[in-house]
Ligand binder design. Structure first.
Ligand code: DOR
Ligand code: ZN
Length: 345
């Protein structure tokens, strides 16, 4: 008999859907597997106002076939000049679900990010008061900090003091990549959680650098040593409500990736659930897959769980070498590989 897994429909608590032609090409992959997604605001220009977020939400829905049952959850890109009343207004109007902290210069389109969290203290106070989630790209950006240490140093210099200063603020430490982050989140109070990407569960830094530089394994925060990957796998599959699914699917064209200065980001949306499920199976933790994918995220955000279900079937699932995006190509995560589960519906 074919082995199947049926779980409540999952949500993606961190995704880049882009804009324009790229949005038209990629939105369908996220909407196919997920009911809702926290949509990153790092467009050019970034989504910093209620008006811009509403307009972007409409463009996302317009990129999908009419009647697609998908809800984009919008985020406000925080800058040094963010007006706290704009954030409050957007949250109360149901436009903003969360706000995003990019340390200035940390990653793609983060130039307008925050140069010092002290500059947004007033905004964060309002967010703590109204129960709005802060999504954090947790890396310091100073030149003197090695790229492999940037997450651990962020915990020490920024996140730990921030949580002590504003103990009621709900914080998602996004796309964590280290054992340090796992330990920090586990020992933090219940208002601190983390998302984990499929790539950080599958890849360590050797996978990116041994035998040649592999631009399609490059994302930020960059994959770390094997001990960190193992810590992430244990956390994701542990059943702890503090860890949940956030793909960080971040499409860049093949040309932009395979370049002398390749862009950071892995496009994992087309086979995201298949990729995560392979990890849960290998770790002997299939019973915790639904919690990670479909229950812990809504519980943290204070949103209802999805009522419908999805099914994955245990059979070979070939991942194509490329996926078309207009006249360009995207190279999906696991390109050319075979995964052991296939999304049915
Ligand atoms: O690898 C990444 N790509 N990390 C990020 O934080 C941003 C993302 C993007 O937007 O391309
Ligand atoms: Zn991201």
């Amino acid at each position: 008999m074919t082995k199947m897994i049926t779980i409540r429909r999952p949500d993606d608590w961190h995704v880049h859907l882009r804009d324009g032609a790229m949005l038209d090409s990629v939105a369908r992959y996220t909407a196919r597997q997920f009911a809702r997604a926290i949509v990153m605001p790092n467009l050019t220009p970034p989504v910093t106002s209620v008006e811009a977020a509403s307009a972007y939400r409409e463009r996302i829905m317009a990129a999908l076939p009419d009647g697609t049952p998908f809800t984009p959850l919008m985020t406000c890109y925080l800058t040094d000049n963010t007006d706290k009343e704009e954030v409050r207004r957007g949250f109360e109007a149901g436009v903003f679900t969360a706000a995003k902290l990019y340390p200035a210069g940390a990653t793609t389109n983060s130039d307008s990010g925050v140069t010092d969290v002290a500059n947004i203290r007033g905004v964060l106070e309002v967010m703590a008061e109204i129960g709005m989630v802060l999504c954090v790209h947790g890396e310091v950006t100073s030149d003197d900090i090695d790229i492999f240490d940037r997450e651990a140093v962020f915990i020490e210099q920024v996140l730990s003091p921030l949580i002590a200063d504003l103990p009621a603020l709900k914080v998602v430490f996004e796309h964590i990549t280290t054992q340090d982050a796992v330990r920090f989140v586990e020992s933090a109070p219940a208002n601190v959680a983390a998302t984990i990407t499929p790539q950080h569960l599958h890849l360590n830094r050797n996978a990116m650098l041994v035998g040649g530089m592999r631009p399609h394994a490059y994302c930020l925060p960059v994959a770390k040593r094997e001990l960190h990957r193992l810590a992430l796998r244990r956390a994701a599959t542990s059943g702890s409500p503090k860890f949940f699914l956030g793909t960080d699917s971040a499409p860049h064209t093949r040309d932009a990736k395979e370049s002398a200065c390749g862009c950071a980001g892995i496009f994992n949306a087309p086979f995201a659930l298949e990729s995560y499920l392979a990890v849960f199976e290998a770790e002997g933790a299939l019973e915790h897959f639904e919690g990670f994918a479909s229950l812990h995220g809504p519980a943290f955000y204070g949103l209802p769980v999805n009522e419908d279900t999805i099914t994955l079937e245990k059979r070979d699932c070939d991942v194509p070498e490329t996926i078309p995006a207009g006249r360009e190509d995207l190279v999906p995560f696991h390109a050319g590989q075979m995964l052991g589960w296939a999304f049915v519906a």
